[in-house]
Design a protein around this ligand. Structure first.
Ligand code: PMP
Length: 444
């Protein structure tokens, strides 16, 4: 125990203050749905390292594939030559893309790098400069992606001016629209598409606009699925004005929402899709995919990166894709999602705590619970964007005390469930029991 405290104190002293964390405890090992801490605690992990370890920590097949790759080739630099795992990964990914025309790839290390690359590609492919993003959207913390991220000012605080040419429109989530939570989805969508039209006529002309980037499920901004009619509306606007539609599936991809990619639910075809997180189950790997004619608008040499598409990460991603099929992960997501929603909707109806729960939403195992005002009129209340996340943070802390990691979203009073996609029925029950107990203890 003393060693843990010492190690944690060491971290506090020597790690930059700019890094925030849920706890100062030290993780020693990860196994499946659990993290084993230095102090001996075994924590149920409903965060999966923010939606990364979808197949659980240290999945044996994925870890073995990475270990084997370490003994044959660690670094096959992509600007020197092809390497096998890179090509095998493409072979594995093509059949699961949301549309067969999405068949040309490039890989990077992080989600933000891949998002930046998607913007660079959209600019090159269209010869236009500006980008439209969603208010509440999150796309990363690098210099370019800070300008695209509109979920919280802290991400770009103290670093202005940001990359120019970025315009934001509301996402169909009542907080982002300034409308009551009782507003029908169709009205929210209409409002947002109208604002988009206004933006294109008042702020950035279609002839200057290269791309619209959207998360099919708003992640850090509140775990809100984009309504199908909204995504279809974006597609129409893009088609009309020759603007490229970029789907940021960094968090929602690879089975998280019960489909391989969340955009599939809408039937909408993105021009460019950004992937990361679940792609390699924890190994740093990200990528973009597009149609060949779009990708080929960039000259040789414009893409690259020393570690981009690292051989070990690609080998892990290949094993991850294989395990995904072998273990019928999507079926498990459907079953566990049903159980999770059952418990959460039950809590919403509970006579003691239900009136504090404003919304239960999401898809698959990307689920948010939003807490609201205890006034009894919670469903029609506005929530100030700067109001503290009182209940969500306290409940997350109580879950931590009870042996479970559970995150909140970066804004609004929302907790988010991102458990492993292959979580067992027993562990899902354990997690939902801990959550229910915590809600009952905190919300009184
Ligand atoms: N896009 C989305 C939708 C994300 O959720 C994230 C990370 N939370 C990113 C981009 C940035 O990814 P990374 O942290 O790997 O740079």
């Amino acid at each position: 125990m003393a060693a843990v405290t010492q190690l944690a104190r060491y971290g506090e002293r020597h790690i930059a203050r700019g890094l925030n964390r849920l706890t100062n405890a030290v993780i020693k090992e990860g196994r499946g749905s659990y993290l084993h801490m230095e102090d001996g605690r075994k924590m149920l992990d409903f965060t999966t390292g923010i939606g990364v370890a979808g197949l659980g920590h240290c999945h044996p097949k994925i870890s073995k594939a990475a270990a084997d790759q370490c003994l044959s080739l660690v670094h096959g630099q992509c600007s020197i030559a092809y390497h096998e795992p890179y090509l095998k990964l493409i072979e594995r990914l093509i059949p699961v893309m949301p549309h067969p025309s999405l068949d040309t790839f490039f890989f990077w290390n992080s989600g933000a790098e891949a998002v930046e690359a998607s913007i660079k590609l959209a600019r090159a492919a269209t010869g236009k400069q500006n980008v439209i993003v969603m208010q509440g959207g999150y796309h990363g913390r690098t210099f370019g992606t800070m300008a695209l991220t509109k979920s919280k000012t802290v991400y770009s605080q103290d670093v202005f001016p940001l990359m120019p040419g970025v315009f934001s429109v509301p996402f169909p989530y009542w907080h982002q629209c300034g409308l009551p939570s009782s507003t029908p989805t169709s009205e929210l969508v209409q409002h947002c598409l109208f604002q988009l039209d206004l933006t294109l006529s008042q702020q950035t002309a279609p002839s200057d606009t290269a791309a619209i980037i959207v998360e099919p499920v708003l992640g850090e901004g509140g775990y809100v699925p984009a309504p199908t009619e909204f995504l279809q509306g974006l597609r129409k606007v893009c088609d009309k004005h020759e603007i490229l539609l970029i789907a940021d599936e960094v968090q929602s991809g690879f089975g998280r929402t019960g489909k391989y990619f969340a955009i599939e639910r809408s039937g909408v075809k993105p021009d460019i899709m950004v992937m990361a997180k679940g792609l390699a189950n924890g190994f740093p790997l990200s990528g973009i995919v597009s149609r060949k004619e779009i990708m080929d608008r960039q000259s040789p040499g414009t893409m690259g990166g020393t570690y981009a598409g690292n051989a070990v990460a690609c080998a892990a991603a290949v094993a991850c894709a294989e395990a995904f099929q072998e273990e019928k992960v999507l079926q498990n997501v459907e079953a566990r999602s049903h159980e999770l929603f059952g418990v959460l909707k039950g809590l919403q109806k509970d006579s003691q705590v239900g009136h504090h729960i404003l919304d239960v939403r999401g898809a698959g195992l990307m689920v948010g619970v939003e807490f609201g005002s205890p006034s009894g009129h919670a469903h029609d209340k506005f929530r100030r964007p700067d109001a503290p996340k009182t209940l969500a943070s306290r409940i997350s802390k109580r879950c931590l005390e009870k042996g479970m990691f559970l995150l909140t979203t970066s804004v609004f009073d929302v907790v988010r469930f991102i458990p492993p996609l292959n979580i067992t029925k027993e562990d899902m029950k354990k997690g939902t029991d801990i959550f229910s107990e915590s809600v009952h203890e905190i919300v009184r």
